[in-house]
Write a protein that binds this ligand. Structure first.
Ligand code: GLU
Length: 445
């Protein structure tokens, strides 16, 4: 059977690191198995869902390179939910309730004060048709609960957590539909997973108790539940669920100069004890993606680690991937010369400026000026097509007896205006002979 996974964001806000990780896990699993990855927009909540968030989700996934085989929208599927709901009514698996939030809160408090678990008491189950008719006549609309089967213990083999067991008697029948007819997330999600042939549901462990009730919904609708896996939650670097992490979105990361490859590489391994592989191609990560590598302990998302992975990624990025973000005229050779000095791609512009000039070198003392004057003379006679830096420094070493820092630093300063930077061997051909001679002369003046 072809593996089918899905990412099902609610378009009520921007994607954050945790959502992206869930999307990535599902994408990797589908890739690994040669399966299909679906994007499902969970927009049943018309009030909170926003088109701008749907667009941002598309843009974020595109930037991250998480392509999907098909996209579905829950808001286009209400007729399908209605039909499945009718079947559940006919089977007696959903029932009408009228308790207000206040009444439910009170019931819960009473149970808690007696030291009992706050489970819904199913009192609405004893209402007769006459009771319902009376409520309807009074203009009251019911909300609906799913009737858990108390005689079917809930169990599944979780891809991350191992054997999971729940006792339905210890759970409240979940509300699946509000009095205004709108859907809560649980039931439409199950109907869609069945309809779309989803074989594997990977999500965060905050969904474990939802899974427990959803397992029975699959069965009530005559379907085999999919495989489930619940990844441990992400925590901030301080070890807690941080507000910052919940808010940290793709746009923030992009603006701070983080490359999509770095996010993907880190999130693919976070929560496993495997080292982060700064792969440029997510397919390589998919090849080794294995749910059994994930642990149950919360995974720590550390921005400093993301930065390190980002640097490793940038030092490997080929010209073709960055060309449209580089300054006008910057060539592949220049990118390769400058790349090892970057921690952000945007910094390439600063080094390109060093190549193209003008540069401002520190004012040299008289002795250094004399040295630079000699250097300019040598540079003017060199064959620039064959490693001019080695030729220049060898000639100057022999002529002046200078070596090490005394030899290299004044040259670097006069030629680049900087004390450090990319390998001079790579820079000199880029700067060019005439310009190099001119800079050395300027340093000598
Ligand atoms: N829309 C739900 C959420 O974002 C989907 C959960 C799921 O089934 O994956 O939490």
């Amino acid at each position: 059977m072809t593996v089918v996974t899905r990412f099902a964001p609610s378009p009520t806000g921007r994607l954050h690191v945790g959502n992206i990780r869930t999307a990535l896990h599902n994408w990797l699993l589908a890739k690994r198995q040669g399966g299909r990855f679906l994007l499902r927009i969970d927009d049943t909540d018309a009030e909170r869902s926003r088109e701008e968030h749907v667009e941002a989700i598309h843009a974020d996934l595109a930037w991250l390179g998480l392509d999907y085989d098909a996209e579905e929208r829950q808001s286009a599927r209400f007729a399908i939910y209605e039909a499945a709901f009718e079947r559940l009514i006919a089977a007696g698996r959903v029932y009408r309730c009228y308790e207000t939030q206040q009444e439910l809160d009170l019931k819960r408090k009473i149970l808690l004060s007696r030291g009992l678990p706050p489970i819904y008491d199913r009192s609405a189950l004893s209402l007769t048709e006459a009771d319902h008719a009376e409520r309807a006549a009074a203009g009251e609309h019911p909300h609906w609960r799913f009737l858990l089967d108390h005689d079917s213990p809930i169990a599944w083999q979780d891809g991350v957590r191992g054997a999971a067991h729940f006792d339905p008697r210890q759970m409240s029948d979940p509300v699946v539909r509000r009095a205004d007819g709108s859907w809560l997330y649980m039931l439409p999600s199950v109907i869609d997973d069945i309809d779309m042939g989803v074989t594997d549901v990977l999500r965060g462990e905050d969904h474990v108790s939802n899974t427990a009730t959803q397992v029975q919904m699959f069965t009530a609708l005559g379907a085999q539940p999919p495989r489930f896996a619940h990844a441990a939650l992400l925590t901030g670097s301080e070890g807690k669920l941080s507000k910052r992490l919940g808010a940290l979105g793709v746009a923030d990361l992009r603006e701070s100069g983080i490359e999509p490859e770095a996010i993907i590489a880190l999130l693919a391994r976070l929560g496993t004890s495997d080292p982060v592989d700064p792969a440029l191609d997510a397919d390589d990560l998919a090849a080794t993606f294995d749910l059994s590598r994930f642990g149950r302990a919360p995974a720590r998302f550390d921005e400093a680690e993301l930065d390190r992975v980002n640097v490793a990624v940038i030092h490997r990025l080929p010209f073709a991937r960055v060309a449209d973000r580089l300054p006008e005229g910057m060539t592949e050779t220049a990118w390769e010369a400058i790349r090892p000095n970057l921690s952000r791609v945007a910094q390439a512009a600063e080094w390109w400026q060093v190549v193209t000039g003008p540069v401002t070198a520190p004012v040299a003392d008289a002795e250094t000026q004399a040295f630079l004057d000699e250097a300019a003379g040598v540079a003017a006679t060199l064959d620039w097509s064959a490693d001019p830096w080695s030729a220049l420094t060898t000639a100057l070493k022999d002529a002046t007896g200078r070596k090490g820092k005394a030899l290299f630093l004044p040259l670097r300063q006069a030629l680049t205006g900087m004390d450090h930077g990319p390998d001079m061997k790579a820079l000199l051909p880029l700067i060019g002979q005439d310009e190099s001679v001119a800079r050395l002369r300027a340093g000598a003046a």
